[in-house]
Design a protein around this ligand. Structure first.
Ligand code: NOJ
Length: 767
């Protein structure tokens, strides 16, 4: 092997190891403060001792996880299976007493007394709800992600949960796809940083650390590229897109120590992801060295038959287990493929080694989590942790950092709370506690949630008149959401025409109007893709009618995808996402200037739905001079670019410097840039660094984010921000070479406050 081949090989092994150094530093820093985890050898020995005692049925049971929605006392096949020792894990039990009751069945009534691993979708909080993950990505601050998931994890662990099906690290470039709300948006670098931060927040320094739970990055892999943005539809991705765009956040999560991975529902390039041994074994285990356990998405092993891939249920189990799925997440015992494992062992379709390897991984997770020592729930501790007021502070501060100010004509914001006498707060989402926290929450306390209306009222006190109107009815879905039953929605129903007229009257007599518009929480998330980016319901009419008053209007968008406001131009427009339990307090702090907004878009904000997908990081391709004119009827540029967001101050970038104009393959490049606050308020800017490779083994995107730092600057203050571009940052998977390569080439660098930054520098990479 020559030096270059050696380098390539090294890079392949550590492929796309974004954020690795940071993760290592955090691991080192936190390891000292935690109790020493068991050694790998000790964990394995205990698991093996148990394995030696198990029957094939008990092994199949350890590889089976059932949903359990049913309250105690009802006939329940999942609990019958549990009592018979044929269940290793349960999901969707989220009540401390019920977890304890079920755990006692496993530990006191089954032959081997192996405790149950309880999993749940703790996506952005358990009781205290954080802003949704796409919002957290918009903070461009991994600490927001880590701190939020640490709180979520402490609440979940206290009530007896051991494992979350999060973070969702799927890249989403087609914003029709509803699950964009659960991820970090379109960019693999931002996605990788946020993935690793969330894993650290959930798991702490090691699996089993007190107050922490196992993280399960999902959905491996490619799910975000569903055809037409339609949830669950097939995915067809080139190997270049997979390696360079869709896989890096998973790699970062694995490098951060994630204990679990969830396989995806859909077919990837013709093969269902949950039966895909290339993904689950060649990439995940062999190339990346993943040591944890793999679970399917709900019913996805059984569904290998539904996908018209497996011949029958046993064949489905054989495909899934052979591909690398350890645990089957099963909807109920009547649809469980892994129940057929004992039969498949008898007929030789599976080997004992294959089954034992999978069981060992599940047992090891239970051992590491300390379940054998402490299986039960401490109810008093659970109550104490759930009531911890510090959690609310984390949630509010997180939300404040996520808002993205898209427009602020004439500097309407921030409002002067001493200078106004009346505010109109209008919109169907303005006083909806359920919508404020967003999708994927089941155990929140709505009475604790601060709506936008409540936050504004609390901020202004009794001296200012705050008048509220829902404006129009809550928009409703064409087809009911499967989550509506689990997490009931509360809709407002009014006579829309009369209500719009009333809203206009209120706006007319108010100094300023805050219009809270967007998508109700059940219009985003799983099974919530949309074929339109319009404001749903009659909100556009409401918006236009209120704007026609000519009074100052601030639109706050509750959403997780770009919305098409047509020609409407409110004075100020701010994306507040689904801001969580403390959303209203955070919004009020930002509206009235106690906090300046500093979030940035984690996706390109398209002009219209016809532009989708429109990632900023695309290839130059043919006629780049016409890249913005690829349609004949509208520009092919976004309305707001990736990384964009205004502040209450202004910033300038200068002095972009590279440590050396030319480096060798395998060397790092240090980059610095000066950021100055040129306005009159202390505020945050996110310094962003993009690279562009001019030529090489494959064509590379026009720009790729490779570094960012969110900093706070006082008026007139300048700070030099430093970045290090490591060889991995300059490395990519070349479809021409069918390998990770670092080319000898020239790079352009761009630094600034969004992905259109113009401040440039170059450096070359040679032998
Ligand atoms: C299906 C979803 O795709 C997945 O993300 C979730 O974790 C499971 N259901 C369990 O709720």
């Amino acid at each position: 092997m020559n030096a270059r081949q050696t380098l390539k090989c090294a890079i392949l092994l550590g492929a796309a190891a974004i954020a690795t150094a940071h993760v290592t530093a955090v691991k080192a820093q936190t390891a000292a403060s935690s109790q020493a985890p068991l050694s790998d050898a000790a964990v394995r020995a205990r698991a093996n001792a148990l394995l030696a005692k198990m029957t094939p049925e008990e092994k199949a049971g350890q590889l089976t996880q059932y949903f359990n929605f049913l309250p105690p006392g009802q006939p329940n096949p999942a609990v019958d299976e549990l009592t018979a020792g044929r269940v290793g894990s349960l999901l969707f039990v989220s009540d401390a007493a019920e977890i304890d009751r079920l755990q006692r069945i496993a530990v006191e009534k089954t032959r081997l007394k192996i405790p149950v691993l309880f999993g749940f979708d703790v996506i952005h909080g358990f009781k205290t709800i954080m802003p949704v993950p796409i919002a957290v990505a918009a903070s461009f601050d991994p600490k927001v992600a880590e701190d939020g998931q640490r709180v979520a994890s402490s609440e979940a662990r206290a009530i007896g949960l051991h494992w979350t099906f999060a973070p969702m690290v799927d890249i989403a470039r087609d914003q029709r796809w509803g699950r964009i709300v659960e991820g970090a948006g379109e960019d693999p670098y931002l996605g990788s940083i946020m993935a690793a931060a969330q894993v650290r927040g959930f798991q702490g320094p090691n699996i089993g650390a007190p107050g922490h739970i196992i993280a399960g990055p999902k959905h491996f892999a490619g799910y975000g590229a569903a055809l037409g943005g339609r949830d669950y539809d097939e995915v067809n991705l080139s190997d270049s897109e997979l390696w360079n765009v869709y896989l890096p956040p998973f790699k970062a999560a694995v490098d951060a120590g994630a204990g679990n991975i969830m396989s995806a529902y859909m077919g990837l390039n013709g093969n269902p992801a949950s039966g895909n041994s290339w993904l689950l074994t060649d990439v995940l285990r062999k190339a990346w060295g993943f040591k944890g356990f793999v679970v399917t998405d709900a019913g996805a092993a059984y569904d290998l038959k539904t996908h018209e891939y497996a011949k029958d249920v046993q064949d489905a189990a054989v495909h899934a287990l052979s591909a690398g799925v350890d645990l089957e997440m099963s909807v109920d015992p009547s649809r469980a493929a892994y129940k057929t494992i004992p039969e498949a062992l008898k007929t030789g379709k599976l080997t004992t080694k294959q089954v034992d390897d999978a069981v060992r991984r599940v047992l090891e997770a239970k051992i590491r989590m300390g379940l054998f020592e402490k299986p039960y729930v401490d109810q008093a501790e659970a109550a104490r942790v759930l009531a911890d007021p510090a959690h609310r502070l984390v949630s509010r501060q997180a939300a404040e950092r996520t808002f993205v100010l898209l427009r602020n004509a004439g500097g309407l914001l921030p409002l002067d709370k001493n200078g106004i006498r009346s505010v109109a707060v209008i919109g169907p989402l303005a006083d909806s506690a359920r919508d404020t926290v967003g999708p994927w929450v089941f155990r929140q306390d709505d009475s604790e949630t601060i709506t936008i209306l409540a936050g504004i009222k609390a901020k202004l006190g009794s001296g200012v008149s705050v008048e509220y109107a829902p404006g129009v009815s809550t928009p409703e879905r064409l087809y009911a959401s499967m989550f509506d039953a689990m997490s009931p929605v509360k809709t407002v129903k009014v006579d829309d025409n009369a209500e719009i007229a009333r809203s206009v009257a209120i706006a007319n007599k108010s100094d300023v109007t805050v219009l809270v518009l967007g998508e109700p929480q059940n219009m985003i998330g799983e099974g919530a893709s949309r074929a339109s980016l319009d404001l749903p319901g009659h909100q556009q009419q409401l918006l236009e009618a209120v704007l026609a008053t000519g009074k100052p209007v601030i639109v706050l968008l509750m959403n997780a995808r770009p919305l098409d406001l047509k020609e409407a131009q409110p004075n100020a427009l701010m994306n507040i996402w689904y801001p969580g339990s403390q959303g209203g307090a955070a919004v009020a702090n930002v509206l009235f200037g106690d906090v300046a907004p500093g979030g940035k878009l984690p996706f390109s904000w398209v002009r219209s739905i016809g532009q989708l997908p429109l990632p900023y990081s695309h290839l130059t391709s043919h006629q780049p001079q016409n890249a913005g004119k690829r349609y004949s009827d509208q520009p092919s540029t976004p309305l707001y670019p990736f990384g964009y967001g205004l502040s209450y101050s202004t910033f300038s970038f200068s002095n972009l410097k590279v440590s050396q104009p030319s480096v060798r393959l395998g060397e790092s490049v240090d980059v610095t840039v000066d950021v100055k606050n040129t306005g009159s308020r202390t505020a945050d800017e996110v310094a962003q660094l993009y690279i562009h490779q001019r030529y090489g083994s494959s064509a590379r995107p026009v720009r790729e984010l490779k570094g960012f730092q969110r900093i706070t600057l006082a008026p007139g203050q300048t700070r030099t921000v430093s970045f290090t571009l490591k060889p991995q940052d300059l490395t990519y998977w070349s479809s021409a070479k069918r390998a990770f390569v670092q080319d000898e080439t020239t790079f352009d660098l761009y630094a600034g406050g969004d992905s259109t930054a113009s401040l440039a520098a170059t450096f070359t990479v040679g032998k």
